[in-house]
Write a protein that binds this ligand. Structure first.
Ligand SMILES: *Cc1c(COP(=O)(O)O)cnc(C)c1O
Length: 397
């Protein structure tokens, strides 16, 4: 039996050796401030410039379109507020998004609603996706921004970003995408995908926590969230996290170089998991069954509390998640599962297994041996399940 099976890579990933190694020269040795004019500072500045150029090349952008941030949340906040205020200055105060965005997007939108913006949250339907024509139909003359995630962190749906981007481009509406779950996992190219603004986070692709970037296309106005020094071309104040940035680039390069191989490996493990877990009676796969992240499995099991399932799996060394990492600990069912139209009883009982290329076939076999046992045990003590056995109507067939 493997010691720990880490299947919570959508929450965060282990750093790769290359990412750790890329960091150390800047922790010990190259400690300069890139804003300093002396040699020690300029050596750091060169590293920063190189990192920016490499990051840009990996997503099809120009170096001056990359703004390093503290991670995905900051990039989401900055992109959305910036585009909203730029729109408001022209009298446009309508925003289009989806009901299953990450909280970094949803909570920013909620605040903007309090400030007088109007937001249309597109329905993601039972299969957990939207279409470009649905976005087009929601456009209004006063639409300032469309913000739609590239891939969903809970249920793994991959959205038709390229088509949505084309609709936005044709209608001259700014398009932002939270690509935190996509970059490093599936092919992303900001030019081909018609993206104006994109949020990325390093710790979701084996880089360090606390670093990420915002891509903002040249010509798209960017306002700053953090006031202070002139870093990031006056758009993001604060001395740059050079060690984190260089480490992120190393992780991103590694992910790009192995993208096809990793996608194939993860998808094979994912499909094995889905097939095995779907054999459990009264279970359901959540999220888009076709357009799906290679590493995402999200299942509901009738009559079961997600939290209890997680704790029992943890006792067996399996690290998984139920709902979003940000909401676990609260008793509210996941907003993502509710957006899929699942009833509260079922939305409480989801299990997310998110894989990376570090997972092995042996680990998948172990998960497949343990999860059905735990589900069976929990059902044996579940009053909801007892009702079903007595002839109650199940939510999931
Ligand atoms: C993790 C995540 C974020 C937040 O990124 P941080 O770097 O942790 O702030 C935003 N959006 C999505 C989809 C995520 O999965």
């Amino acid at each position: 039996m493997p010691k720990t099976v880490y299947a919570d890579n959508a929450a965060t990933t282990a750093m790769s050796d290359a990412a750790i190694e890329a960091m150390t020269p800047y922790l010990k040795g190259i400690y300069g401030n890139p804003s300093s004019l002396h040699t020690v500072g300029q050596v750091a500045k060169e590293a920063l410039d190189k990192a920016r150029a490499e990051t840009a090349a990996l997503i099809g952008a120009a170096p001056n379109e990359i703004y390093f941030t503290s991670g995905g949340s900051e990039a989401d906040n900055q992109a959305i507020r910036s585009a909203a205020y730029a729109g408001a200055a022209k009298g446009k105060k309508h925003i289009i998004s989806t009901a299953f965005e990450h909280h970094a997007v949803l909570h920013t939108l909620k605040k903007l609603e309090k400030e007088g913006f109007e937001v249309t949250y597109l329905d993601v339907h039972r299969h957990g996706n939207i279409t470009a024509p649905e976005v087009e139909a929601a456009l209004r003359p006063d639409t300032a921004l469309v913000t739609v995630m590239y891939a969903n962190n809970e249920v793994g749906s991959v959205l038709p970003v390229r088509e949505i981007g084309a609709v936005c481009r044709a209608n001259k509406v700014t398009f932002h995408t939270d690509a935190v779950q996509a970059v490093g996992h599936i092919p992303v190219d900001v030019a081909a995908d018609n993206i104006d603004m994109m949020s990325v986070s390093a710790h979701k692709f084996h880089g360090p926590k606390g670093v990420g970037f915002l891509y903002c296309r040249n010509g798209v106005q960017l306002k700053n969230l953090i006031e202070g020094g002139a870093q990031e071309r006056k758009r993001r104040a604060g001395t740059e996290n050079i060690a984190g940035i260089c480490s992120m680039v190393a992780a991103l390069k590694e992910a790009a170089a192995n993208l096809d191989k990793n996608m194939k490996k993860e998808a094979a493990l994912r499909d094995k998991l889905i097939a095995g877990l779907s054999a459990i009676p009264h279970s359901r796969l959540n999220g888009d069954p076709v357009y799906r992240l290679p590493g995402n499995v999200n299942m509901c099991f009738e009559g079961i509390e997600g939290e209890s399932l997680l704790l029992l799996l943890d006792a067996k060394g399996i690290c998984a998640s139920s709902g979003s990492a940000c909401t676990s600990g609260s008793l509210d069912p996941s907003h993502v599962l509710l957006a899929l139209g699942l009833p509260h009883e079922v939305a409480h009982g989801s299990l997310r297994l998110s894989l990376s290329e570090y997972n092995t076939e042996e680990e998948i076999d172990y998960i497949l041996a343990e999860v059905p046992k735990v589900v069976e045990y929990l059902r044996s003590i579940s009053p909801v399940w007892e009702e079903l056995e007595k002839g109650g109507k199940p939510h999931l067939i």
